[in-house]
Design a protein around this ligand. Sequence first.
Ligand code: 13P
Length: 252
Amino acid sequence: MKRKKIIAGNWKMNHTVTETSGFINEFKRNIADVDGVDIVLCPTFTSLQIAVDLTQNTNIAIGAQNVHWSKNGAFTGEISPSMLLDIPVAYVILGHSERRQYFGETDETVNMRLKSTLTTPLKPIVCIGEKLDERESGITEKIISGQLNDGLKDITAQQMNDIVIAYEPVWAIGTGVTATPEQAQEVHAFIRNLINEKYGVNVSESIRIQYGGSVKSKNADTLLTQSDIDGALVGGASLDCNEFVNIIRSAE
Ligand code: 13P
């Protein structure tokens, strides 16, 4: 099955509102002709509104970097799904390794966020990936299957159609060390196989699995031509307009 590639930029805690608008005005001109690739930009919460306003009627969708599971309430510092839809945002990243590492998120809270998100039109990008010591001790598959089983607990085959998975080996994030195309493909195939076992071939063949971790324009081509890599979740390189445009062009 031919899956449409999806390239998303995760800006993390970067870019003010002014910087966001400057970036998007240049970016949208440079990729206006791109067809056949889903393009997503995930700025900080404070830049979501300007990003959505500036990308009306373009080929760019906007995503948030996290969301809480509750509709509203006493959760200081959190944002609810309905608040994102009010902007309106199209995608949301869930379970990024930085959220897990620095803010105590677990597969269980990722699952709560995911279930809540799936009651809305927001499309979740669910991040999973092993740490360096886990890879070195040969338990990558165990970690990945644990994160998938627990993170996707109680999710139906029907709901799986709205989910994007991002495989981001933690040791490759922000380090300049990319997984080789073969290493990435091996884990992507493993993930697709697990999804096949749990949800059947229709879901496993249609779900998109992005790779993330030091994706740059110079390595995007070889990663994106692997048979089970359906896109990229790009951190640092998505802050540079030319770099990000070139990565998107590789996916085309
Ligand atoms: P880098 O591309 O900066 O390694 O970050 C990857 C990432 O964490 C995307 O979510």
